[in-house]
Design a protein around this ligand. Structure first.
Ligand code: ADP
Ligand code: MG
Length: 217
């Protein structure tokens, strides 16, 4: 479903060149849950950003089902992100001026994919029913991340990408949030690629790959 082939990315800043990705290969099957680990600065976020089309690769190919992400324009990548991908970050990134209910529905409404029954199921499974009228600043970190995961899955994406989604949560909350995410990913049938520092959390997914010296081995 996701296929990354020979992906390269070099950053150039102040006359210096840093080859972050040197020919990365990775495949994620439909419904498969893959953990990505690697030292700080090894390029995990860079790889996720390229797959999400938030940045352009220098070489290689990213395919998501029949779509060649690396051949798309900026507008095409934005549409892909809106319609086919779910994104979750360490910092939650909820919209402060919107209620929980509106944050949850935001992405799906923009994509024209709002589904009331699925929305209600997400609210129930994520335990958000008593929090719907609150605003992000009135939520704990774990509650905010549950909303962010619901928002990302409200469109029923092909692939959920998460960059250290539990990095700001204590261990017990991280376990709860990841357990909920695994359940929802199974319910949605989407692929799941999660960056994590935690080998303990990585071991709860189907497969664990490591980025080192610009390569996944
Ligand atoms: P990780 O997420 O594994 O910690 P990153 O993908 O964030 O690593 O960064 C990989 C390397 O690329 C680091 O050396 C970082 O400093 C560099 N880097 C990341 N983004 C940029 C950028 N926009 N411009 C220049 N260098 C960058
Ligand atoms: Mg990172």
């Amino acid at each position: 479903m996701l296929s990354v082939r020979d992906l390269t990315k070099t950053y150039r800043s102040a006359g210096e060149q840093v080859a972050v990705l040197r020919g990365v290969n990775l495949a994620v099957a439909a419904g498969e849950r893959v953990a990505l680990t690697g030292e700080s600065g090894s390029g995990k976020s860079t790889l996720l950003h390229l797959i999400a089309g938030l940045d352009a690769a220098d070489g290689g190919e990213i395919r998501l089902d029949e779509t060649c992400v690396t051949a798309l324009s900026d507008a095409g990548r934005a549409a892909l992100r809106r319609d086919r991908l779910g994104l979750v970050f360490q910092q939650f990134n909820l919209i402060p001026s919107l209620s929980v209910a509106d944050n949850l529905a935001f992405q799906a409404r923009i994509a024209g994919r709002h589904d009331a029954a699925w929305h209600a199921e997400l609210v129930e499974r994520l335990g958000l029913d008593k929090l719907l009228k609150r605003y992000p600043e009135q939520l704990s970190g774990g509650q905010q991340q549950r909303v962010a995961i619901g928002r990302a899955l409200a469109t029923k994406p092909l692939l959920l990408l998460a960059d250290e989604p539990t990095g700001n949560l204590d261990e017990a909350t991280a376990d709860d949030v990841l357990a909920l995410t695994r359940d929802l990913v199974a319910r949605t049938g989407c692929g799941f690629l999660m960056v994590t520092h935690s080998t303990r959390l990585a071991a709860t997914l189907d497969r664990h790959v490591t980025l080192h010296a610009g390569l996944i081995r």
